[in-house]
Design a protein around this ligand. Structure first.
Ligand SMILES: Nc1ncnc2c1ncn2[C@@H]1O[C@H](COP(=O)(O)OP(=O)(O)OP(=O)(O)O)[C@@H](O)[C@H]1O
Ligand SMILES: [Mg+2]
Length: 461
């Protein structure tokens, strides 16, 4: 069943229940109030009559006194203690004969339903004792057909039934209109999602009115999600195209040397040696490139970090020891405190530091300085070289994937143009920052900013 139909039926059922409850209260209150009013009116008449009748009055005088009090269909009679009628006036003989006389020494009312002219009729009877010298000598009985009550009851019932039906119909129509109004954005969303499912192309929902309600919030969140999806798809597409382009050059080189080897290499030892060396070089390049691809994918996937407290001084000393023996370059570490700790993923932080030192080694010939500083809420690792530097207009591009300032030179140094992108991703994962300052021909300084101690359990938040 459609949700609109469900909402509609539920609200209508609820409104009918509420109307029935209200109608019941109105109906029973009306009945009670009207009956009480009729009773007190009869009592009042009876009291007047008792005061008017004298013991000495003859039967005919009493009759004369009783007659004016008769209403449309009623009877008035005086009943003796032995339940015999001494005096009676009535304008409905049939009614009077149906109600048996009753003597009572206590004031009271009685309600009876009797069959008159093949119809059920409501009769009200009040009985008031007649006293003489402190003794009850008879009962004044006043009986009346409740004509007004019956008509009022019927009329009220018809009005209430009509109102209930009208309420239910209005609720059905209104509920339909309201649920359609509420469901329209959701139906829009469903249609868009179905389109996306069919075509496989992310698509945003058109927000027609600024309603600022939960549904608009839902649509905005959905659109934001689609926006990110589009962005990621675009990134993925771009990456595949860039990566295949990057892989194409070394593969072409490998293929052409392999061809050369096939054609002439085995006859000429020198050519064979050159070809194998070039193939080895390009294969190493591809190997490094694929490692970088994996690192990039890993740092972009948003995997949680294995954060723990690390002493950066000790970490840098360890890295330098490994790099110094491989590159034979002078790297100096500067710090004020021997224990500067940060909360970070050790493997990833080490990877980011190596990327910066690797660049400093590749793009400079002089010594390299590494500074460890603490400033406000940040721990800063700064790598400074005195090499070729980066032109000012290129600085903002160096974090782009595959971007290299000097392509030809990068081929010589074996750069893939992914190092700084990976370092930036790592800093992003740590909620830190990376800043490059450089002057062409003078040198470059790259700073890693790590926030101090923001972690929960052993996971960086
Ligand atoms: N210390 C530096 N001095 C001069 N230029 C630099 C320095 N660091 C980076 N660059 C420039 O920025 C570009 C991007 O650097 P990045 O580390 O991302 O790539 P790469 O070093 O070329 O390759 P990879 O690090 O993946 O092997 C480099 O190609 C280089 O032109
Ligand atoms: Mg690099």
């Amino acid at each position: 069943m459609k949700i609109t139909t469900k909402i509609n039926l539920i609200t209508t059922a609820w409104i009918i229940c509420v109307l029935l409850a209200v109608n019941a209260v109105v109906f029973f209150s009306f009945m009670k109030i009207t009956v009480n009013m009729e009773d007190s009116e009869l009592f009042q008449k009876a009291d007047y009559l008792i005061n008017e009748i004298n013991k000495e009055d003859s039967q005919s005088v009493i009759k004369e006194k009783l007659t004016p009090y008769l209403t449309n269909q009623s009877f008035i009679r005086i009943v003796q203690p032995d339940a015999k009628i001494i005096n009676q006036v009535t304008n409905d003989q049939q009614l009077a004969s149906k109600i048996k006389p009753k003597f009572t020494s206590e004031k009271g009312t009685e309600r009876r339903t009797i069959r008159l002219n093949h119809q059920e009729e409501q009769i009200a009877i009040v009985r008031v004792p007649i006293q003489a010298h402190g003794q009850v000598v008879g009962t004044l009985e006043f009986g009346e057909k409740l004509v007004g009550l019956e008509t009022g009851k019927d009329l009220l019932l018809s009005i209430l039934t009509f109102c209930t039906i009208l309420g239910a119909v209005l609720s059905l129509l209104g509920g339909r209109w309201l649920s359609n109004l509420i469901m329209r954005p959701i139906s829009n969303m469903i249609n868009t999602m179905e389109d996306i499912e069919k075509s496989g192309i992310p698509k945003k929902i058109v927000i027609q009115h600024e309603t600022k309600d939960e549904l608009q919030k839902l649509a905005v969140t959905f659109n934001r999600m689609i926006g990110r999806l589009e962005e990621n798809l675009e990134k993925q597409r771009q990456f595949i195209s860039d990566a295949s382009h990057e892989l194409k050059t070394p593969l072409t080189v490998i293929k052409s040397y392999a061809d050369l080897l096939l054609r002439r290499g085995l006859q000429n030892e020198e050519v064979a040696h050159d070809a194998i060396e070039s193939i080895h070089l390009e294969a190493t390049r591809i190997q490094k490139m694929t490692e970088r691809f994996l690192d990039l994918a890993d740092t972009e996937s948003g995997n949680r970090l294995e954060a723990k407290s690390i002493n950066v001084v000790a970490l840098c000393e360890l890295i330098f020891k490994q790099l110094k023996s491989a590159y034979k370059r002078e790297i100096s570490l500067h710090y004020q405190e021997p224990d500067i700790s940060v909360v970070a993923d050790e493997v990833k932080l080490k990877q980011a530091i190596i990327i910066l030192i690797d660049n400093a080694i590749k793009y400079s010939k002089d010594k390299i300085d590494v500074y460890l500083k603490e400033k406000e809420q940040w721990t800063i690792i700064s790598v400074k070289d005195y090499g070729i530097g980066i032109p000012e207009c290129e600085i903002e591009n160096v974090f782009e994937r595959f971007y290299r300032v000097d392509k030809a030179r990068s081929r010589e140094t074996g750069g893939t143009g992914l190092g700084l992108s990976i370092a930036k991703n790592i800093m992003k994962q740590h909620q830190g920052e990376i800043i490059v300052r450089s002057t062409e021909g003078v040198g470059t300084e790259v700073e890693l900013f790590l926030p101090k101690g923001r972690w929960k359990g052993n996971v960086f938040e």
